[in-house]
Design a protein around this ligand. Structure first.
Ligand code: ATP
Ligand code: MG
Length: 758
């Protein structure tokens, strides 16, 4: 048997090796970014397999994002071979593992094993229906709002029956629990579950059936969780139930995480989960790692400086053996388009130097920021891949096609039924559809069943009658075919026979050819699966474009999606107040939201291995409106000595009010070549720029033309005055950057344009 000197142990440091070899009992690995937590975790899995301690199916290994899960599998495969790694069927995201368990015990919660997993869109539609049916004011109660409240409860592991009335009083009129209950009842009638349900139903199953719980407890001899700092209450309870033994023997559970990277508080994650692990599992072995293997020192220093502004951290120092490294590059630009253009240029120049496109990633705070990059990449012909962005599976045609397939699998899925029954038009009027709906509701049956009933009772007339009969017969036939046919063939057949493919072929919509392409791609994606169920689960849970030609494509994703990943070159655009930190986090009282944003900044910077490039724009279009913006406060938290300000000819409008007087990065140039920009913001900025005022102007842009001729320059020894810091003596002058010893506040670095001669 492989001993303690197996080759995979050679790549680890002592602490990591300890984490791998301590296979029995609870283990907590708490360490900063890039210290090799995931590496230790995956090696641990390899070790469990290679040493014969566990079979692949006896290991439960969970993480948060699909990409992270895939990477976990790849890393294990590289250590023990892909055959063994494929047997790890309980490795994946929390949701995908919970869905597998729920399929096996669906009846316990009143579902059939063929249940549909609905996405946010359908969730909101369903909430709207519930609100409508309850006759509530749809302005006060929006579908989206209700869905968010329900999600919150589910994240906390609470079913309607778990809620006390005062807790559920979110809308102030005591109806919330009833609505929640109604929503759940609807889901059961539809034979469907939303994302939150996957875990909450698991909790119900384990709690109401101790034998099922015991079965899984026995099965999962080893449990591993990556990114533990982001578990919410439901996930935490789920793990606890799986780890619990009747005789309290300590479970073999290994969790790894970093309190500084907890970024899902807004989704109910509780960083306390990681902090109380030792209490939950007495005798846990705690392993800390400090050596970072990912990034250069400037990157680590920058990330460390930002995160040090958060309070209540455990506090960790990171060091690396690597020497030197590129400074953080910081660039201010005129607007979002310009920012995208600059990033694209940087990418192209890196590519010229021989860097692969897939070594570069653009990480945005909010998905609306992606559009400018996508457009620019398309213009420049730079192949790119969006992770978790506007998704392939969220497009109209893919949703329609999937609705057909879901309906084939689950005829009770009314959400899908109403989506496709008249697409293409089959001659049902709104009246017929409303009738169908009422009948279904009244009898507690599905719309498909209601259609059958209407045929039997002769309530349908003329064209609608024939169309309904044909449609229902087709559904039945497709369901029979689905038992033997491969999902790709089935998808092609269903779309063809339903007339859906022709619907787009005959369409005059300019997008029709693209939509047909997308349908082809959907069929393609299905060809990787053996069963329709397998394919549909993949779509619901993995829901990313499945083409995995990852080489030769720049990555584009949100900071949240980038957790746990690493790239040689990372672009971090949009570092502006109200974008990053987000407006919501600023508006909220207290520091909670802001600290989470700061952790997100820490996550972003620490994704970079060699090069980290931060940018901000003075003007940005947000949901169609132009706004001026201030550089992010996180920029001011960067240590100056680790930052290289790119002061190419360019224009830096800095908008008004609270612009920090000592801002180190405002010494930028007003360049006439920029006058080609024609936006309302530009004119205003330019006008004031010409005034060369140093006084902030309320509500307008302010420009500082520091290196323009005639600007005041100061020499060493000269006495100067600063509006905020008072009088002082210049110690050092480097162009417009000065170090001044102020009489009252000591040595500060300031920009000459903020000074006058004293
Ligand atoms: P994060 O907090 O961002 O998830 P992490 O702690 O999980 O980071 P890993 O992704 O496991 O860190 O490792 C970061 C990088 O360091 C990877 O490229 C990994 O291969 C490398 N690495 C980890 N441990 C070692 C080691 N002992 N020797 C050499 N390289 C290592
Ligand atoms: Mg990791």
């Amino acid at each position: 048997a492989p001993a303690q000197n197996a080759p995979y142990l050679d790549d680890l440091n002592d602490a990591q090796r300890d984490a791998v070899l301590t296979t029995e009992g609870p283990v907590l690995m708490l360490a900063g970014a890039g210290t090799g937590k995931t590496k230790a975790l995956t090696t641990r899995i390899a070790h469990l397999l290679a040493s014969g301690r566990a079979n692949p199916w006896e290991i439960l290994a969970v993480t948060f994002t699909n990409k992270a899960a895939r990477e976990m599998r790849d890393r294990v495969a590289s250590l023990v071979g892909s055959e063994r790694a494929e047997g790890l069927r309980w490795m994946g995201t929390f949701h995908s593992v919970a869905a597998q368990i729920l399929r096996r015990h669906a009846e316990v919660v009143g579902l059939k094993p063929s249940f549909t997993i609905i996405d946010t869109d359908d969730q909101i539609r369903l909430c709207k229906q519930v609100i409508e049916a309850a006759g509530l004011d749809e302005k006060r109660w929006t579908g989206r709002g209700m869905a968010a409240v329900i999600d919150g409860w589910k994240n906390a592991g609470q079913r309607p029956s778990d809620l006390a009335h005062h807790e559920a009083d979110v809308f102030g009129d005591g109806k919330a629990i009833a609505l929640y209950r109604e929503y759940q009842d609807r889901l059961i009638t539809l034979n469907a579950a939303d994302f939150g349900d996957l875990l909450v139903h698991n909790l119900t199953i384990f709690r109401s059936n101790p034998d099922i719980q015991a079965e899984y407890h026995r099965r999962f001899r080893y449990m591993l969780v990556d990114e533990y700092q982001d578990t919410n209450v439901a996930q935490y309870l789920w793990l606890r139930l799986l780890a619990k033994t009747s005789d309290d023997t300590p479970p073999n559970i290994c969790v790894v995480g970093d309190d500084d990277q907890s970024i899902y508080g807004w989704r109910g994650a509780e960083v306390e989960n990681i902090l109380r692990f030792e209490k939950d599992f007495p005798g846990a072995k705690v392993i800390r790692l400090e050596q970072n293997y990912r990034s250069t020192q400037p990157i680590l220093n920058a990330a460390g400086a930002i995160i040090s502004n958060n309070k209540g951290r455990l506090g960790k120092d990171l060091w690396t053996e690597q020497e030197g490294g590129e400074l953080i590059k910081l660039r201010g630009v005129w607007d979002g388009e310009e920012e995208a253009r600059q990033v694209a240029e940087d990418i192209e120049s890196e590519q010229m130097k021989g860097r692969s496109l897939s070594d570069m990633a653009v990480l945005v705070r909010a998905s609306f920021q992606m559009r400018a990059f996508e457009e620019r990449f398309n213009t420049n012909g730079i192949p790119y891949q969006v992770v978790g962005g506007p998704r392939f599976y969220e497009r109209e045609e893919t949703r329609d096609a999937l609705a057909y397939l879901r309906l084939v699998r689950n005829p009770a899925d009314d959400l899908s039924f109403s989506r496709v029954i008249n697409k293409p038009r089959r001659g049902f009027g709104d009246k017929t559809l409303a009738q169908l709906n009422v009948l279904a509701r009244k009898n507690g049956i599905s719309m498909a069943a209601a259609g059958q009933l209407m045929l039997e009772t002769n309530e349908l007339k003329g064209k609608a009658k024939g169309a309904m009969a044909t449609f229902l017969l087709s559904l039945e036939r497709w369901a029979r075919e689905a038992e033997t046919m491969k999902p790709a063939e089935l998808a092609e057949m269903v779309l063809e026979e339903a007339g859906y493919t022709d619907y787009w072929k005959n369409s005059k919509n300019v997008q029709a050819p693209t939509k047909l392409e997308n349908l082809k791609e959907l069929v393609n994606a299905a060809s990787e699966f053996d069963t329709l169920a397998g394919y549909l689960d993949h779509v619901s849970l993995v829901a990313e474009r499945s083409t995995e030609s990852e080489d030769g494509q720049v990555w584009l994703m949100t900071l949240h999606a980038a957790k746990g990943l690493e790239f040689p070159v990372v672009f971090l655009p949009g570092w502006e107040e109200e974008i990053f930190p987000s407006r919501r986090s600023i508006d909220e009282n207290g520091q909670v939201g802001l600290e989470e944003e700061r952790r997100l900044a820490y996550v972003g910077i620490t994704r970079a291995r060699e090069s980290c490039r931060i940018s901000f724009a003075s003007n940005r279009q947000v949901y169609g409106r132009w706004q001026n913006s201030l550089p992010s406060r996180f920029i001011d938290e960067l240590p100056e000595e680790e930052v290289d300000v790119l002061s190419e000819p360019g224009l830096y409008g800095v908008s008004a009010r609270e612009m920090p007087a000592q801002s180190r990065f405002a010494d930028l140039v007003l360049d006439d070549s920029a006058s080609t920009y024609q936006t309302p913001g530009w004119k205003r900025a330019r006008q004031y720029g010409r005034q060369q005022t140093n006084e902030p102007i309320e509500g307008t842009a302010r420009l500082i033309a520091s290196s323009a001729p005639g600007d005041e320059t100061f020499c060493k020894g000269e006495r100067v005055a600063h509006k905020k810091f008072g009088e002082g003596t210049v110690l050092r002058a480097e162009g417009t950057k000065l170090e001044v010893e102020f009489d009252d506040v000591g040595v500060k670095k300031v920009i000459s344009s903020f000074l006058t001669a004293a």
